[in-house]
Design a protein. Structure first.
Length: 90
């Protein structure tokens, strides 16, 4: 399964921030939603760790404008809440 990492770019001044969370695309979006305090675009990279030469290879995967990933984060959060409610009932 591919692992991803996010880079946010603040819209007001271009400040960049590499997010420490590495995981699925949804996990990267949830992490950005939790820690981004400013309107920022999110760039997601496919991250591959090479054990032989101990290098990290990053390859561009997807660019998500601020409005899009915030909408996705809301949808992901709603699905997680629904899954938790269903588990409690069973």
């Amino acid at each position: 399964m591919p692992e991803y990492q996010g880079l946010s770019i603040r819209l007001s001044d271009g400040t960049t921030y590499w997010h420490s969370k590495v995981g699925s695309e949804n996990e990267v979006i949830k992490h950005a939603n939790r820690y981004c305090r400013h309107e920022s675009d999110l760039i997601i990279y496919d991250v591959k760790f090479s054990s032989s030469n101990k290098k990290i290879n990053c390859k561009f995967f997807k660019h998500l404008p601020y409005e899009k990933w915030k909408e996705d984060a809301w949808s992901i959060g709603s699905l997680v809440s629904l899954e938790k409610r269903i588990k409690r009932k069973t």
